[in-house]
Write a protein that binds this ligand. Structure first.
Ligand code: GLP
Length: 241
């Protein structure tokens, strides 16, 4: 595991964007596993800036997102598809037909989950998976549980996660109760993983994930078993190390 300790969110965003750029420059046909949440927003902004300067070309890239709220579609501003269009895809030359986010409006979630795993396999697997981390150690929407779930699946969101994400909604009642998430298998099968964490609210989760026992109660702790993980975290997120 390679750990980059950076000063703050700004430095974290530049470092993460550098790593993603390097991936795309070295392999223009990369399959990027992408994440939502506040943490990667600065990274996406930096990538857009470099794209506008002509330093990075997304034309042959495929993207596969981690998760989506159940019941929300591309037109809903809180959906992760909307977030990705708004924060990255609309501003770079990625081919939108090769950007994938689970379909939150599917009428057959079981089939949609299976199709998502088939899609990851058909793309040849994920070259670089970007991850944030929940305050309770979740990755994607893989919540703390008694056992890891390997495949893409529908998950009931914990109250902890719903209240952490309530800031994006008008009220707590509007926060979806379920989501579709890539499973731990899809994440762990990525060739390289880039985990980002910023701020004090992530300090305990980062400590538990990197130094605690490997347990599904701290989903991110399984990353200790991955052969190629890069962690970029700021001083506050690393304050318990
Ligand atoms: C959501 C997303 C995760 C993300 C987490 C942390 O639950 N499903 O992928 O890592 O939030 O979000 P933030 O970066 O806003 O702290």
């Amino acid at each position: 595991m390679l750990l980059y300790k950076v000063k703050d969110f700004k430095e974290l965003s530049r470092k993460a964007a550098n790593i993603i750029s390097a991936q795309v420059i070295l392999k223009p046909t990369s399959v990027l596993g992408l994440a939502t949440g506040s943490t990667p927003v600065g990274t996406y902004k930096q990538l857009i800036e470099w794209y506008e300067k002509g330093d990075i070309d997304f034309s042959q890239v495929t993207t596969i997102n981690l998760d989506e709220y159940k019941g929300l579609g591309a037109a809903d501003v809180q959906s992760y598809r909307y977030f990705m269009n708004d924060n990255l895809f609309n501003h770079v030359n990625v081919n939108k037909d090769r950007t994938f986010v689970p379909n939150g409006l599917t009428e057959d979630p079981e089939e949609a989950c299976k199709a998502y795993d088939d899609l990851i396999a058909a793309c040849g697997g994920i070259d670089l998976q970007l991850l944030g981390i929940g305050g309770n150690g979740h990755i994607g929407f893989n919540e703390p549980t008694d056992s890891y779930i390997k495949a893409t699946h529908v998950v009931t969101l914990s109250e902890n996660t719903r209240s952490a994400n309530a800031r994006f909604f008008a009220s707590m009642e509007e926060v979806p109760t379920h989501a579709i998430t890539m499973g731990i298998g899809g994440i762990m099968e990525a060739k390289k993983i880039l985990l980002l964490a910023s701020g004090k609210a992530k300090a305990q989760a980062i400590y538990d994930a990197l130094y605690g026992p490997i347990t599904p109660q701290v989903p991110a702790s399984i990353l200790q078993l991955h052969p190629d993980v890069i962690v970029v975290a700021d001083e506050e997120a690393l304050s318990l190390l």
